[in-house]
Design a protein. Structure first.
Ligand code: NAP
Length: 333
């Protein structure tokens, strides 16, 4: 049975949404639990809430996902002057909550999808639902070099599409030797006066065509056997980096006002081990539309996406997962 509230209680005013602001009752069976926030999660929350499925979201201790680390977002339609990443996440959350999404900023520790209702554990409490939507995203891997934390989301970024335009006519470095690094470096030539691509060895994981495109670009210089040891900054922000040659430990300095780290992403799927099918890197696999290998468990956003990784594509997939979950729940009866 799909549990929907009586229509009269489903009002779209903020005040009325307080009806839904309750502590989750451990053991109660919900229609839908959404795991993870960010554009995919909040959009899934908005759609399932408007479908009157009374969704429950565990948004994570650091709710909002990767956009909480982004400065201005200029490529999400509807914001002609751009918007701050954190601000956009607050808007998305408020919009979904207005329609009744119940959000708790807690992490899911483990799940059991072996039988329905599915079971989800949060801070030791068990929660149950007939459908689950996984939107835990993927985190970009950072270098962890000295001085990095202070410059994250300022001079140092992991998304050229998001932040490249802030570095017009500046000298930028890109770190990595895979397709992402080649793609980011090539993309950044639209803005930067010079892009220096740094790779820790002289063999590249990147496909030949993408390597060639970057290597042959007049604005791109590729330096091999270079690792960032330390980021340098001045009163204006990032000013350069200390580079180390891994072969002999020798050091040199490079100046730059922007840096993009493109050394891969890691999906946040550790808690799903053995529960749904994943690829060798841990990305959740879809079996039909947004449904995973487990009927009734759906996944959306960067947790399944190795290609686009944009806020707008994640939001679109969150919408698809919500519609798929609603249709699937209806088909069960
Ligand atoms: P990737 O292929 O795993 O490459 C990661 C790169 O980062 C490698 O060169 C690696 O160096 C380097 N690296 C890793 N850790 C490092 C560290 N601590 N310090 C310095 N360098 C480090 O990752 P990706 O480039 O993100 O690509 C992931 C997948 O997406 C690939 O299958 C790729 O083909 C695909 N992709 C496709 C496109 C496209 O088709 N348009 C675009 C982007 C990505 P080592 O080689 O020395 O390990």
């Amino acid at each position: 049975m799909i549990r929907r509230p009586p229509r009269s209680t489903h009002c779209i005013s903020s005040a009325a949404s307080d009806v839904y602001k309750r502590q989750p009752v451990s053991g109660e069976v919900r229609n839908v639990i959404i795991i993870g926030s960010g554009p995919a999660g909040y959009t899934a929350g908005l759609y399932t809430a408007r479908a009157m499925l009374e969704p429950l979201m565990f948004a994570g201790y650091m709710s909002g996902g990767q956009l909480m680390l982004t400065s201005d977002v200029e490529n999400f339609p509807g914001y002609p002057n751009g918007i701050g990443g954190p601000e956009m996440m607050i808007h998305m959350r408020e919009q979904a909550e207005r329609f009744g999404l119940e959000v708790h900023d807690k992490n899911v520790e483990k799940v059991d999808f072996s039988e329905r209702p599915f079971r989800v554990w949060v801070e030791g409490d068990e929660h149950r639902a007939d459908a689950v939507i996984i939107c835990t995203g993927a985190e970009a891997i950072w270098l962890g070099a000295e001085g990095e934390e202070a410059q994250k989301g300022r001079g140092i970024s992991t998304c050229a599409t998001c932040d490249g335009a802030f570095f017009r006519d500046e000298e930028i470095i890109v770190v990595g030797g895979g397709d992402s690094a080649m793609e980011e470096a090539t993309f950044l030539t639209r803005f930067a006066s010079k892009v220096t691509l740094l790779h820790r060895r002289d063999v590249f994981r990147a496909s030949k065509v993408m390597y060639e495109r970057a290597a042959n670009h007049p604005k791109i210089e590729i330096q091999t056997f270079r690792q960032v040891k330390k980021w340098l900054s001045d009163e204006k922000g990032l000013s350069g980096a200390v580079l180390e040659d891994p072969r002999d430990g020798s050091e040199e300095e490079i100046s730059c006002t922007g840096a993009f780290i493109a050394i891969g992403h890691k999906p946040m799927t550790g808690f799903l081990e053995g529960e749904v099918e994943m690829d060798e890197s841990g990305y959740v696999l879809h079996s039909e539309h947004t449904m995973t290998s487990v009927p009734g468990v759906f996944a959306a956003g960067d947790v399944v996406d190795t290609r686009y990784r944009q806020a707008i594509t994640a939001a679109g997939m969150g919408c698809q997962a919500a519609i798929d979950a609603e249709k699937w729940l209806e088909d069960q009866h």
